[in-house]
Design a binder for this molecule. Structure first.
Ligand code: G3P
Length: 223
């Protein structure tokens, strides 16, 4: 399972890229609005830092407009830019149009296996089920990730499933178990994934014991 970061905050992306684990980045208008910066500036900066797919968003309500926006976004970096297209009839038409133009798309706001099947048939590069938002309304969000992966792989479709709306570290483990091709993970959750109380206690203990070791030429210290 690949790891993307779900943020528009450049400092967060720089930090995680520095860990050597970052394989792509997703954003959305809500995340970009938190930065107070224009969408295009954010995406351009992210493209300069992150390897792998980086998402721009189409906000038109009809397919022609979405495709036009996709063409504009793709000029920034035809290899890396991926256009997020909402799941709807016009979105499906746009995904088809973008695929014919060799522009990558990410069908977003997907909440059912049927929606995923349609997006995959239309030619979506990525499909993003929003796990946390289903959990919010008392559905087990991760179940649809497993269903989508099964459908896509059984029928040999090309789309990759991105487990999105990840809220906590267990979601990441469950996404991996469900066979998600990618999980897009908020910065806070990536930090939580690193930490373990036994690791922290172990590091402290090794450090304290290291200080007790005599330096060359020193006599042995008493414990
Ligand atoms: O990747 C989708 C994500 O940004 C939505 O997350 O927590 O707003 O449901 P959330």
């Amino acid at each position: 399972m690949k790891i993307f970061i779900d943020t528009a905050d450049i400092n967060e992306i720089k930090e995680i890229a520095g860990w050597g684990i970052l394989e792509g980045c997703t954003t959305n208008p809500t995340l970009v609005s938190k930065t107070g910066r224009p969408f295009r500036d954010c995406v351009q900066d992210i493209l300069n830092i992150a390897d792998g797919p980086v998402s721009g968003e189409a906000l038109s309500t009809e397919a022609g407009g979405m495709i036009k926006e996709g063409e504009e976004w793709a000029k920034l970096d035809p290899e890396k830019v991926t256009i997020k297209i909402p799941m709807c009839v016009e979105g499906l038409k746009a995904i088809k149009g973008l695929s014919e133009r060799n522009i990558k798309s990410n069908c977003t706001l997907v909440f059912s296996p049927n929606q995923a099947l349609l997006a995959a048939k239309a030619g979506a590069t990525f499909i993003s089920p929003f796990v946390g938002r289903l959990d919010d309304i008392s559905h087990t969000g991760m179940d649809i990730v497993a269903d989508m992966v099964e459908l896509i792989e059984y029928y040999g479709l090309d789309s990759k499933v991105i487990a999105a709306s990840i809220r906590h570290p267990l979601h990441v483990v469950e996404a991996a178990r469900a066979g998600a091709h990618i999980a897009t993970i908020p910065y806070k959750v990536l930090l939580q994934m690193v930490r373990h109380p036994l690791t922290d206690a172990g590091i402290r203990k090794f450090y304290e014991d290291y200080k007790k070791i005599p330096k060359p030429g020193e006599s042995a210290k008493k414990p």
